[in-house]
Design a protein around this ligand. Sequence first.
Ligand code: SAH
Length: 240
Amino acid sequence: MSIHAQERLNVDAGELAKFGSLAHQWWDPESDMFGPLHRMNPLRLAHIERLSGGLAGKRAIDVGCGGGILAESMALAGAQVTGIDLAEKSLKVAMLHRLESGVEVDYRLVSAEDAASEEPGAYDVVTCMEMLEHVPDAASTVRACAVLAKPGGLVVFSTLNRNAKSFLFAIVGAEYVLRLLPRGTHEYARFVTPSELAAHCRASGLAMADITGLSYNPLTKTFALGKDAGVNYFLAARKD
Ligand code: SAH
């Protein structure tokens, strides 16, 4: 991908290559890179169901869907789901998995920004999980998610907070001590604080609805939702 295409697309080619090179592992619940996403998925699905008042019959788009872990689960919950990502290899894995599982998801290789100009106001629910911390311009992604939502629609982000604790837990702890994730998975400078994300939302016509923390217990190796948004968190907003 040329530098110009990258700028236009708000994408970091190195980040896409990182996910693409491990794409074969997307559906391996024991893999270093994607295992944590499998373990947190039931929690985030329940959280989205709660905030949206149920996914059945809703139109949902998962921005940065990767291999389709959340996208498939939202479809199983009864939503009509579109999944978009710019890592071609990951989308191919998502499509292969769809063949095996028989779960209907419409996968597209398109940026959030381009999808937004193609289908403004089309979705009841827009999800963008663990992706903002991998893009050069998070505000642009937030804007695109806002445009994709119907008036009154729900937009849910999850990302990593930026502070001493998240540096210690998400990078030192997760990548070096516990080896929960491969080294180099995350770049601290790209982490987004809840107040930055809330400001991006407000600037995009989204009204804050909820902030919920997601914490990891290394002893039980389980995730839990709660008040502590110090490391990983969900921020939900509604389109005005
Ligand atoms: N949302 C999924 C995957 C998270 S991993 C989940 O939580 O299960 C981050 C994903 O973001 C990867 O699939 C990667 O390819 C994608 N990504 C990174 N930068 C992107 C960009 N600029 N546009 C679209 N997708 C991007």
